[in-house]
Design a protein around this ligand. Structure first.
Ligand code: NAD
Length: 503
């Protein structure tokens, strides 16, 4: 039963999502890019791309707000009040934001309302709390001297977001950058600009002018202009590993600090000693939530050999019963993929698996009965070895790859045999097994007997090609602030007097 109102499509009149702070903008003279509803394939809006000139105006607005505006020097209590108001605005507008996010991404409306928007609001609340609790540093090791360490905002932060969870991921960056006194320019993915455009407009009502700016457009045009801009002091990027590589090399030219939250091919390791039903639920959630499009997906499912056949059989049974369809219906469990090209890429991996000696276990097809939407059946393959491309490449869809293992060491070796290192999942009730695995796994996060539990105070990020740097409480403070050491004598001691006795 659908308990959510339907959308009026197209979003009418077509939303022209334009430019930066929106204060005096007559921007968006660039190319117009279509925005599609993934559940029907209809064009629902049009995005006016910001070219290098409008990126320059956005960055200049942020620069001016940082250099001349009140934000960087605002008393902490006042900044906390603004951050709390931002969180409240998201809660008050969660319905509209969730609907805009749904039409551009195809993500489930229920999930967007109940999880993504709640997380987005909480991101602001979290950093408001975080800055209220910060302690300073004071040292006096050298007799007669006092040294203090101040943390100051860095400047203008470029925040570049992907399409798979736009509001939830971008608000982590916005809230952290603002909490530590920076100003910013946000560039959403060109595929999913709608909810973030609305959110930025709402937040701009409570932020000083120029503190939060928006540019829209394709990565190599708008994104590249932002990254190369000489007034950008910091870059926080979430997206694909290849894009991260190119952004980091451009940033390296100007020695601009970056955080990179990149791709993953995470192992979901299931031991015979696991709570079987819980591990099965976790394996399904790990690969099929968020329509299968998440960096932390447990996309390589490693199962201990004695339970391999049975576990795979039960997984297939459940996967075939997953309700695929309209993302606005509350009973839907898997919505469409984000774009037609992404759907074709995901489906092509079925042939890739076969070419590598693997076999299709279930799914692997477009749901033609659901119209022109980008719907794919929940898919699983098994492959003969971890060298198969479906075990190595990030597919970023509802596509699981199964592999058996015999020993704890073998499980860890397979899990670590990848260019990525974002997350690992371990399912076992045998403590020594759990301890061995948590020590051996080379990933930024290890989740034991649970799927996807993010603690914002803890660092989040990846080993190897999954990222550089971390997001989270103290990690964000380290990234979004400069440390300044100030030393002064308490009672000035006499100094050596150079040149006093010379000729
Ligand atoms: P993407 O790399 O294609 O794009 C991400 C963003 O970068 C977009 O806004 C895009 O326009 C922009 N961009 C592209 N080229 C650019 C350039 N040359 N200069 C500046 N900006 C540029 O990624 P995507 O397809 O949007 O997202 C999916 C990827 O994101 C997956 O690999 C996924 O694993 C990763 N991801 C990682 C995390 C994490 O926290 N580690 C979270 C979510 C998604």
């Amino acid at each position: 039963m659908n308990d959510y109102p339907r959308f009026d499509l197209p979003i009418s009149p077509p939303t022209r999502v334009t430019g930066w702070a929106g204060n005096s903008a007559t921007l968006g003279a660039g190319l117009e890019l279509p925005v599609f509803y993934p559940a029907t394939g209809e064009q629902i809006s049009v995005l006016a791309e910001d070219d290098a000139a409008s990126v320059d105006q956005a960055v200049k607005a942020a620069r001016h707000a940082f250099d001349k505006g009140p934000w960087p020097g605002l008393p902490t209590a006042d900044r906390i009040a603004v951050l709390e108001r931002c969180g409240q605005i998201i809660r008050e507008n969660a319905d509209e934001l969730a609907r805009l996010e749904c039409v551009a991404t195809g993500l489930l409306l229920r999930e967007l309302r109940e999880r993504h928007m709640a997380r987005a609001a909480y991101n602001f609340r979290f950093f408001a709390d975080f800055i209220s609790q910060r302690a300073g540093e004071r040292y006096d090791q050298t007799p007669g001297y006092l040294t203090t360490v101040a943390r100051e905002p860095v400047g203008v932060a470029a925040l570049i977001a992907p399409w798979n969870a736009p509001v939830a991921l971008a608000t982590m960056k916005i809230s952290a950058a603002l909490a530590f006194g920076n100003t910013c320019v946000l560039k959403p993915s060109e595929q999913t600009p709608l909810a973030l455009a609305r959110l930025v407009a709402l937040l701009q009502e409570v932020l000083p002018e120029g503190v939060l700016n928006l540019v829209n457009g394709r990565g190599p045009v708008t994104g590249a202009a932002l990254v190369a801009h000489p007034d950008v002091d910091l870059i926080s990027f979430t997206g694909g590993t290849e894009t991260g590589r190119s952004i980091m090399s451009a940033a390296g030219q100007r020695l601009v600090p970056c955080t990179m939250e990149l791709g993953g091919k995470s192992a979901n390791i299931i031991f015979a000693s696991a709570d079987y039903e819980r591990a099965l639920d976790g394996a399904l959630l790990g690969i099929f939530s968020n329509n299968g499009q998440q960096c932390l997906a447990g996309s390589r499912i490693l199962v201990e050999r004695p339970i391999f056949d049975d576990f795979v059989g039960r997984f297939i049974e459940r996967a075939q019963r997953i309700r695929v369809g309209d993302p606005t219906l509350s009973e839907t469990e898997l919505g469409p993929l984000a774009s037609h090209s992404h759907m074709m890429r995901v489906l092509n991996f079925v042939e890739t698996a076969r070419a590598d000696g693997g076999s299709l276990l279930t799914g692997g097809a477009r749901r033609d009965d659901l119209g022109e939407g980008y719907f794919v059946t929940p898919t699983a393959v098994s492959v003969p070895s971890n060298t198969a491309r479906t075990a190595q490449d990030e597919i970023f869809g509802p596509f699981a790859t199964f592999l058996p293992f015999d020993t704890t060491d073998e499980a860890a070796a397979i899990a670590n045999d990848t260019q990525f290192g974002l997350v690992s999942y371990v399912w076992s009730d045998h403590l020594p097994t759990v301890m061995t695995m948590t020590e051996q796994l080379r990933s930024g996060i290890v989740w034991v007997n649970t799927p996807m539990m993010r603690e914002l105070r803890a660092p989040f990020g990846g080993y190897k090609n999954s990222g550089v740097g971390r997001e989270g409480g103290a990690a964000c403070e380290a990234f979004y602030t400069e440390e300044k050491t100030v030393t002064l004598p308490k009672t000035p001691p006499p100094l050596r007097r150079l040149g006093e006795t010379g000729g």
